[in-house]
Design a protein around this ligand. Sequence first.
Ligand code: PAF
Length: 279
Amino acid sequence: MQIFTTEKDLKLFLDSLRNNNIALVPTMGGLHEGHLSLVDKAKSLAQIVVVSIFVNPTQFARGEDFDDYPNTFDSDKLLLESKKVDALFLPSKDEIYPHGTESDYKVGDIGQILCGAFRPTHFNGVAQVVRRFFEIVNPNYAIFGEKDFQQLLIIKSLVKNLNFKIKIESIPTQREEDGLAMSTRNQYLSDLDREKAPHFYSVLSDTRDALLDGKSIYDAREDALNTLSRSFEVEYLEVLDANNLTQIETKTTEIIIISAIRFGGTRLIDNLVFRRKNV
Ligand code: PAF
């Protein structure tokens, strides 16, 4: 695995390989099995796999965990080497934002709901850095996890709006054995909170089962909110059309239950997508 810290060197390396398909896996480090599944997907799609590690300051608001974001570089590097990743891109902030961090691309309304209502600048920051990576790497494929479902839809619309010729692929949320969605931020949980955390996913699963059994969306959502708020501080829980995160209509077949909670100072997100039967 070759390591690059500058745009120039990475581009030189990739330009000699453009007769292959190139897949990009953007990350902020703190790698876990979920990230490695993204790499596996990338490997299945392309001959050349580039992984970036960059903790992007513009997607964190003041008071969020930018300064404390887990840095596990040594183990990240070993994991990526074991997966035979071709290039690891480790840029500095100046390399990514040589002209400052202002950005003209705004994600629009989809960035203001759900997580965006609680983190109003977050998705503009994500779109800004992902656009930069797309311009630098110019991959054929880019791979993202479905745990960050809202982010995934925003990146798909970025590709469309800016006419990138990049195929966006995703992989399902990877879970621990007890159901907790894998996340770099799980490291923040105390032992006790880690034991309680899988309850988040079990409430989402019970809500899906109740909806499939015919419970109304209104009642299922109310019940889920009540149950979750007994254990966690709930930011939001919504039952929406999974294609565009809008309200469910009679024609909607793909449904998402999507939620964010906080407990013990840690913010966790999760979602469950399923098909409605008999519509
Ligand atoms: O999902 C993430 O880890 C980040 O939001 C991303 C896509 C790498 C952009 O910084």
